[in-house]
Design a protein around this ligand. Structure first.
Ligand code: DQA
Length: 148
């Protein structure tokens, strides 16, 4: 089973940006933790981060072909990225959206995700753990044992 783990704008700065909301882990640390989690769950992970919506779309168009699911933290694109929304629909793969911070307890504009209608689950507010829980939910869904 192959999962694409995609991070959007500014997430390359983790560890150095707003640690109150995002925690102190770097993206590299989070990716290492996910590799471990992936091993436990029996899945292979492919990582991609970009600060550019178009680059993420280009990646999805190529990489989704042989993938089984998508774990994505779209960063601020969650709130307005309609091209990203459409690019996530086209591969017809299960998508889990994760956020480090609790987007529902911050500014009003962060409370809406344009991906809400296409994801199987959104996990927010657990800092780095949002990713590992998100991966677990996604893999269980793919294996047909969806967690309730
Ligand atoms: C974020 C939340 C977004 O609102 C913000 O723009 C980010 C990070 C999070 O992980 O909490 O860049 O996606």
């Amino acid at each position: 089973m192959k999962i694409l783990v995609i991070n959007g704008p500014n997430l390359n700065m983790l560890g150095r940006r707003d640690t109150k909301h995002y925690g102190t882990d770097t993206l590299e640390t989070i990716e290492h933790q996910l590799v471990e989690k992936g091993r436990e769950l029996g899945c292979e992970l492919a990582f991609f981060q970009s600060n550019h919506e178009g680059a993420i779309i280009d990646y999805l168009q190529e990489a989704a072909v042989d993938a089984d699911g998508i774990l994505i933290n779209p960063g601020a694109l969650s709130h307005y990225g309609y091209s990203l929304h459409d690019a996530l629909v086209d591969p017809a793969l299960p998508v889990v959206e994760v956020h480090l911070s609790d987007i529902h307890a911050r500014e009003t504009w962060r409370r809406t995700s344009v991906l809400a209608d296409i994801i199987i689950r959104q996990i927010a507010g657990l800092k780095a753990q949002s990713y590992s829980l998100g991966l677990e939910v996604l893999v269980k869904h793919i294996k047909g044992q969806e967690t309730k």
